[in-house]
Ligand binder design. Structure first.
Ligand SMILES: Nc1ncnc2c1ncn2[C@@H]1O[C@H](COP(=O)(O)OP(=O)(O)OP(=O)(O)O)[C@@H](O)[C@H]1O
Ligand SMILES: [Mg+2]
Length: 413
């Protein structure tokens, strides 16, 4: 598919370049022809000026007989003609021309050659005696124009081939990001399908058990709990997918407002404290600043919620989570630290990938699908911020999110 896009792009490019080449060649040929004819006309003007004084008026008629006597024996390259006042040719010298008064190019019938012709009145003391006309063959100029045309035609296929090869190579570079995006999309769809499949299969198995009263027996409560957990996983997964799609969509309009990070972290922590207590985990807040940020409230909430949720999830009993806010110049840093299981060094580079989990079974047990940190990364990037992580297996992890406090970021609104 990508290859056919490359070929189409290359063909379009070749067509466009060849169209421009044709227009340019036609324009150049016309300019070339006009300038050639202009130079012939200048030559004719000079010749008329040279011959004109030799025209004698004898008995009220113009004549070039004296001039022809003088020119006898010398080669006459142009046709020299005399016309009376009615436009009738009366004398002609040199190569045979067309006996017709004309300024410009004359095509000779049944012959491939053409003539350039120019005439001028013969006047003396305000009285007109006829016309003098000079004609020359334009064969050398026609040959030059024909050669020009031949060069244009011969060069055209080489230009088309060269442009086609270059366009194909460059389009390879241009479609690389598309190729990468398609690959990512395919992987994402496969991973999402896989993640959805597990809870659906669990619910189906439970339904099967519920349908068979012999199998069910005393297990009914367990089966219902398993179904509840599976449906909770589905709900969590679909919510995360929707949030991620919305945050990553550059077209999505997201209203920015002034958000108090102090209040926001307070709200998140208050909501998560009961769950932390259940597992014997203590959450400590250390908000050093009353930080306000111009951003999208829901996305900022997702950032803090996912980081604190992870800190609780990946802490063992009696663990401790510290949430703090700090400001340096125009940058606000939200830090979430825990003394939990930590992340192995070789996994740190992958934790922001969609559906990536260091320990799949542990994450599944706590209901994780591996989308939380992808949401954090996308939301941070839309606020033109950055996120970093430090971790030591067995000792704990610290996530730091740095956001510009001013009106930056790419949110609409
Ligand atoms: N504070 C932490 N301590 C240890 N490991 C962590 C921590 N935060 C994230 N991780 C690791 O990074 C992985 C990815 O985290 P992420 O939040 O994206 O997914 P999740 O928590 O498994 O699922 P979800 O957030 O979608 O419910 C986790 O599965 C976990 O292995
Ligand atoms: Mg998470």
């Amino acid at each position: 598919m990508v290859n056919s896009i490359r070929i189409k792009l290359a063909l379009w490019f070749v067509c466009m370049v060849m169209l421009l080449y044709s227009v340019d060649s036609i324009a150049s040929m016309m300019v070339f022809k006009v300038s050639l004819m202009r130079s012939v006309d200048v030559g004719l003007e000079d010749l008329i000026a040279e011959v004109r004084p030799s025209v004698k008026v004898v008995n009220g008629h113009a004549s070039l007989e004296d001039w022809s006597d003088e020119a006898e024996g010398k080669p006459i390259l142009a046709t020299v003609q005399l016309f009376d006042t009615t436009g009738k040719a009366v004398e002609e010298y040199g190569p045979e021309g067309v006996k017709q008064l004309h300024n410009g190019t004359l095509k000779i019938r049944n012959e491939e050659k053409s003539l350039r012709s120019m005439f001028s009145k013969i006047e003396n003391d305000g009285k007109q005696y006829g016309y003098i006309q000079l004609q020359v063959s334009t064969r050398p100029q026609d040959d030059a124009i024909e050669q020009f045309f031949m060069v244009v035609m011969v060069v055209a296929p080489f230009i088309a081939a060269g442009v086609g090869i270059c366009a194909y190579l460059f389009s390879g570079q241009a479609v690389k990001p598309i190729e990468r995006t398609l690959l990512m999309l395919r992987r994402f769809v496969a991973d999402a399908g896989h993640e959805l499949n597990t809870p659906v299969a669990t619910i189906e198995a439970c339904l099967e058990t519920l349908r068979d009263p012999h199998k069910l027996g005393e297990m009914s409560e367990d089966v219902l709990q398993i179904m509840e957990r599976a449906s909770e996983r589905l709900r969590h997964l679909s919510k995360d997918l929707i949030v991620l799609a919305r945050i990553e969509d550059p077209e999505a309009e997201m209203m920015r407002t002034s958000v108090s990070l102090h209040q926001l972290t307070d709200a998140v922590v208050s909501e998560l404290v009961p769950r932390a207590r259940e597992r014997g985990i203590e959450i400590v807040m250390d908000n050093k600043v009353e930080a306000n940020i111009y951003g999208h409230h829901e996305s900022l909430l997702e950032i803090v919620n996912n980081l604190v949720d992870n800190a609780i999830k990946y802490c063992d009993t009696n663990g401790r989570v510290l949430v703090s806010l700090d400001q340096k110049d125009q940058n606000i840093t939200i830090s979430v630290s825990d003394n939990g299981v930590g992340i192995p060094a070789d996994s740190i580079g992958n934790i922001f990938d969609r559906f990536y989990r260091v320990d799949k079974s542990r994450s599944r047990d706590v209901g994780g699908s591996g989308l939380g940190l992808s949401i954090v990364k996308a939301a941070v990037e839309r606020h033109s911020g950055s996120v970093s992580v430090e971790s030591e297996p067995g000792k704990g992890t610290t996530f730091r999110v740095t956001l510009p406090a001013g009106r930056s970021g790419t949110f609409e609104g």
